[in-house]
Design a protein around this ligand. Sequence first.
Ligand SMILES: Nc1nc2c(c(=O)[nH]1)N[C@H]1C(S)=C(S)[C@@H](COP(=O)(O)O)O[C@H]1N2
Ligand SMILES: [Mo]
Length: 397
Amino acid sequence: MQRRDFFKLSLAASAVALTTPASALTREPIDSQSVSKVAFPEKRPLITYSDRPPILETPIEVFTKAITPNDEFFVRWHMPRIPTHVSIDTYRIKVSGEVENPLYISLKELKSDYEQVELTAVMQCGGNSRSAFVPTTSGIQWGNGAMGCASWKGVRLKDVLKKAGLTKDANWIGLNGDDKASFHKTENFMRELELHEIKDDVIIAYEMNGEDLPYLNGYPVRLVLPGSFSDSWVKMLSNITVMKEYKELYYMDTAYRVPDNECECETPDNLSKKTKPITTMNIKSVIGYPTSNTRIDANSNVILKGVAFDSGHGIKEVLISVDAGKSWSPAELGKELSLHAFREFKFAFRPKSKGNMTLMAKAINTLGEEQPFAKDIQWNHGGYKYNGIDSVTITVV
Ligand SMILES: Nc1nc2c(c(=O)[nH]1)N[C@H]1C(S)=C(S)[C@@H](COP(=O)(O)O)O[C@H]1N2
Ligand SMILES: [Mo]
């Protein structure tokens, strides 16, 4: 397909935009989240928070496997006006600013003039699981599904910068996509990275799980930053601006920041004045099966399944509790696809008595860092970096 026409693909979705009452855009509490009846182009029905811009969450059941399928991968845009079509023949990535040779890279050049690399990495929104914060914070009230793991193919951002030739004044890289704000005073979604953040595994990706990127996940190219929260994984990447100094931007200076103190925490009455970008992901795991409120026969053999990840140190073990956190036993870990990938885990048990049963999973990484109990999670006003021990209550009948 030479051209991706979002309008043609999205008729069903735009019909909803006209008919969905505003109240349908606010979500039920975490246990009763449900998928929408309407699917967006290239997506199965997902949990829908907004259709303009598309904000879609992956249902929890998908997190029993290390790779998240493209048609179930979550979606988050900030601007209601995302481009409605992309012409592959004319699409260019502009590299300008503090460079010796400004570039205007076509997709064809991207695939032929640079070394092609492929890596598997988790992408997670900094606000994933935000609905678990007490008291409630501002922002999309995500459950656990604003994350996914895929194999990404593309070229190193470093190689592109090398070809452009950085001047001695190059310090910051500004990145933005083709989505535009509709209100003239709203800033476009732009991000900045300091040169040292651009490691060898930071890539401009054009493939996800062996296919073109889905339109809603940033077709035709997006940035991939293994280990970092996805607010900087710029989609529909069209501009790379090399700068001498950091430029003040709404989406860098106001959003995706936590208190700049040891616990990265604050209270609603005493908000921290100093903040820092969220950047590195913390250790986390979720249970994909069974899900809350599942009814299970007493004496049946249950295989609990889920995924664990951190920022790339590697998962050492996942401990499971079937008695609400009183005792813990190690889960069986799946293959390590890469240090940045989801690590599958499973744990077999037989419920002994009837009634409610609370299952928990706690991941520990090779540094010895582990997830805190949900009750010990410290609060921040943006609701970022939630990584409390996941807990699921099932009913044994
Ligand atoms: N161009 C563009 N890139 C973007 C955004 C956006 O609004 N516009 N949102 C960012 C945020 S906050 C997230 S969580 C991820 C979501 O990526 P996805 O839609 O592929 O899941 O994209 C990031 N890149
Ligand atoms: Mo995000």
